[in-house]
Design a protein around this ligand. Structure first.
Ligand SMILES: Cc1ncc(COP(=O)(O)O)c(C=O)c1O
Length: 388
């Protein structure tokens, strides 16, 4: 049948290539999938077909990237979503119900805290935020109604660490679900599932993608856990776009070598800063001076790329440093190949009262570095000129 140009422009040459065998997973940039006839659709609805129907439910590029992320965490399965916060909301709304109690570390990513306070509590979930010191005795954190414990380690921006195995064991003994935000460590440096945690969450925007060009999130765990969370992702609607999933998958290919360099550069930067008289304190879990050095050594294979320090001259000194730095870029995110710098009181802890800052262990003279993978000599020279 001869068709009009307008019709050809739409229909001609679409769908999978019948011959090509690409090296890489193609980007299945489609919102919907074709069915040949009624029988195929009936088989799909009866759960007897591996076909996809609609990309919010599932897409081959998303699944391929999920397999990579699951492999990194030595897990059965993963769910990829449109941001770290979509991962947090999918997990919390998927696992909790009214009347449940959620125990959460008081030092936690600000978005996670706001989501719990602004939304979860509105739906009848009781949240209890506890200072991280109380995680030293995790069994004592659990009450009658505790259904889930949410924590993060290392924690932004002090990089304090929580003993993952101890929290996981206490939760298991009481059939409480343990969930960890593993964003700061990355799967290269820390394997919480192997330490007994039930669910791992990532802002894939950070180290997993690693190039600051994608916003994405992931949940990783056992087959049953991920199956439970599948409907929450589908109905809350936080599915990732296939093009973005491809970029995450591409980023993951170099995660191992990137993390090796992040670890080395950050250790060198932290050691150099500790010896600098303009710096009053350095927070890096790989330094023996860090309060949680022993925990970090036990559960981390490398100490990642985040370094926080206090300028001796307080906020005035921190702001002078911030305005003078050149190789490090002034930006709020982290985990990419580019070195970034932020002032916690103007970003993650913006608007905190003095008491809230004290609880978070944050001071006005603090500077947070996301140490990238540039040449270490350029990074140190930049820090040196900015601190002088
Ligand atoms: C530790 C941590 N968890 C979660 C998030 C939220 O991730 P996203 O910005 O990808 O939604 C962030 C973002 O900065 C983070 O640092």
């Amino acid at each position: 049948m001869t068709k009009h140009r307008d019709t050809e422009a739409i229909h001609c040459a679409e769908g999978a290539d019948p011959v090509a065998t690409p090296l890489l997973m193609p980007i299945h940039q489609t919102s919907t999938f074709l069915f040949a006839n009624t029988a195929e659709l009936e088989a799909y609805q009866a759960g007897k077909s591996a076909k996809d129907i609609y990309s919010r439910y599932g897409n081959p590029t998303i699944r391929a990237t999920e397999r990579k992320i699951a492999a990194l965490e030595h897990a059965d399965a993963a769910l990829l979503v449109s941001s770290g916060m979509a991962a947090v909301s999918t997990a919390l709304f998927g696992l909790l119900r009214a009347g449940d109690e959620l125990v959460c570390s008081a030092a936690i990513y600000g978005g996670t805290m706001q989501l719990i306070r602004s939304f979860l509590e509105k739906f009848g979930v009781q949240a209890r935020f506890v200072p991280i010191e109380r995680f030293e005795d995790p069994a004592a954190l659990l009450g009658e109604k505790t259904r889930l414990v949410w924590f993060e380690t290392p924690i932004n921006p002090t990089l304090r660490c929580i003993d993952i195995a101890a929290v996981a064991a206490a939760c298991r003994a009481r059939h409480v679900i343990s969930v960890i935000d593993n964003t700061f460590a990355s799967p290269v440096n820390q394997s919480p599932l192997e330490l007994g945690v039930d669910l791992v969450m990532h802002s894939a925007t950070k180290y997993l993608n690693g190039h600051s060009d994608v916003t994405a999130g992931a949940l990783v765990g056992g087959a049953e856990m991920i199956k439970t969370l599948g409907p929450a992702r589908k109905l809350l609607g936080g599915m990732l776009d296939p093009g973005a999933a491809f970029l995450v998958a591409r980023g993951i290919k170099t995660l191992g070598v990137r993390m090796e360099r992040h670890n080395q550069n950050a250790m060198a930067v932290a050691t150099w800063l500790e010896a600098n008289p303009a710096v009053s304190r350095v927070f890096y879990p790989g330094l023996p001076s860090h309060p949680d050095y022993a925990i970090a050594r036990r559960q981390m294979r490398g100490f990642s790329g985040m370094v926080t320090f206090e300028v001796a001259a307080g906020y005035a000194g921190a702001s002078r440093f911030f305005d003078r730095i050149q190789v490090f870029k002034r930006a709020a995110s982290l985990g990419g190949v580019d070195s970034l710098v932020s002032l916690p009181v103007l970003t993650s802890q913006w608007g905190f009262s003095d008491a809230e800052l004290k609880d978070a262990g944050v001071t006005r003279g603090m500077v947070r570095l996301s140490v990238g993978i540039e040449h270490i000599d350029d990074l140190i020279a930049d820090l040196d000129q900015a601190l002088r």
